[in-house]
Design a protein around this ligand. Structure first.
Ligand code: ZN
Length: 110
C-alpha cells in the first residue's frame, strides 16, 4: 500500500510541475482522448522528469506490455475465437429483426 501512495505522489508531482500529459512523445498523435505519464522501463520511480515520458493510451499499453501480458492476451483471444462465430451471427440476426429491412420482410411474410 505504501508503494501505491508513493507512486501517486510522484504522479501528482509530475502533474503539478509539468502539467497533465497532453501529447504522445512516442507516436506524436494529437487527437488521442487521453494521455498518460509513463515511467521509462530502465528508470526508477523517482521525482525526476527524465524518468518519465508522455504517452497516449495506446502507446502506454503497448509500452507496458510484457511478454507475459502478451501471452495472457493471446490465450484469452484463443478462447474467444471459438465463440466468435455464434456471437456474430446472433448480433446480425438481432440487427435484422430490429432494422427496417427486418420489419419490411416481416410485413411481406404476413
Ligand atoms: Zn502514442
Amino acid at each position: 500500500m505504501e508503494r501505491y501512495y508513493y507512486l501517486k505522489k510522484i504522479h501528482n508531482w509530475l502533474k503539478n510541475n509539468y502539467g497533465k500529459a497532453n501529447k504522445c512523445e512516442f507516436c506524436k498523435i494529437k487527437n488521442s482522448k487521453r494521455y498518460e505519464w509513463a515511467k521509462l522501463k530502465d528508470k526508477e520511480y523517482d521525482f525526476k522528469r527524465e524518468n518519465f515520458i508522455m504517452l497516449c493510451c495506446k502507446c502506454h499499453r503497448n509500452y507496458d506490455m510484457t511478454d507475459e501480458h502478451r501471452e495472457n492476451i493471446r490465450l484469452s483471444q484463443l478462447g474467444n475465437k471459438s465463440r466468435l462465430g455464434t456471437k456474430t451471427s446472433l448480433v446480425a440476426r438481432k440487427n435484422m429483426s430490429l432494422g427496417q429491412l427486418g420489419k419490411k420482410l416481416k410485413l411481406i411474410n404476413q
